[in-house]
Design a protein around this ligand. Structure first.
Ligand code: FMN
Length: 226
């Protein structure tokens, strides 16, 4: 059963925790503010983590939109920008896929330092060292999420959160599977359909991956492919 599996840094509590324990400090997440941050559709937000999900790098736009200083982001668990409207089951799906070294697209609502939110379509991917066959880290490539997709996914996420509060992730997993079965779609087909994740958009993500795999993640000036 999906929800019984343990992941490196994952606790998967049913409550939204506002405090994250790191080795030497407690990070307090800001209170959410119901105001959206506008994202430039030409720009991308990229971050890289170690295999435990600790942020190792973020591009300039990631730093700008998050509202944190780069020094406040690096070394912290990526869940520091988790929004309470995000169901746990979505991250569980994501970690499952990354563990099997395959990419996954997800619509993610993130929390900035100001408490405001932004929606992104994210392509999460694993980086494997071919010489040792070890997973050396994870990448997230993001662009602004299409408005129509957000409208649709918000309803699904709200239901998943409601179920998680009552029955935990076993409950939300069952609901999600039933929801997809009713539509006769896999999770990937559903996301592709609502985000209109066309070959053009996939080409865009592919170009981004190619660009970043040729970088040492030291450039802070690159935020756009155009
Ligand atoms: C490369 C990478 C990027 C991630 N980006 C985000 C992100 O933008 N927002 C987010 O909430 N979680 C992100 N996560 C997932 C977090 O690590 C975490 O699993 C999630 O926030 C749920 O955390 P929690 O169960 O501890 O609350 C990312 C993970 C990886 C590996």
């Amino acid at each position: 059963m999906l929800a019984s599996k343990k992941y490196p840094q994952q606790q998967f509590t049913n409550q939204f925790k506002t405090e994250i324990d790191t080795e030497d400090e407690i990070f307090i997440r800001p209170d959410p503010v119901d105001k959206e941050i506008w994202l430039d559709p030409k720009k991308y937000i990229m971050s890289k983590t170690c295999p435990k999900g600790i942020i190792e790098y973020g591009n300039e736009y990631f730093v700008e939109i998050s509202g944190y200083k780069e020094s406040e982001l690096i070394g912290r668990p990526h869940n520091m920008i988790r929004h309470p409207d995000m169901p746990k089951i979505i991250f569980k799906l994501m970690w499952d896929r990354l563990e099997s070294r395959k990419n996954i697209y997800a619509l993610v609502k993130n929390l900035s330092k100001s408490g405001r939110y932004y929606w992104v379509l994210t392509d999460f991917d694993a980086k494997v060292d071919k010489s040792t066959n070890e997973t050396v880290g994870y990448f997230a490539y993001r662009r602004s999420a299409p408005k129509n997709a957000v409208k649709q996914i918000e309803k699904v996420y709200a239901k998943l959160i409601e179920i998680e509060k009552e029955r935990g992730m076993d409950g939300s997993e069952k609901y999600l599977l039933g929801f997809l079965e009713e539509r006769g779609q896999t999770y990937d087909q559903f996301i592709d359909e609502i985000t209109k994740n066309s070959s053009f958009v996939k080409f865009w993500f592919k170009a981004m991956k190619k660009f970043f795999s040729s970088q040492k993640h030291e450039r802070r000036d690159q935020t756009s492919l155009s």
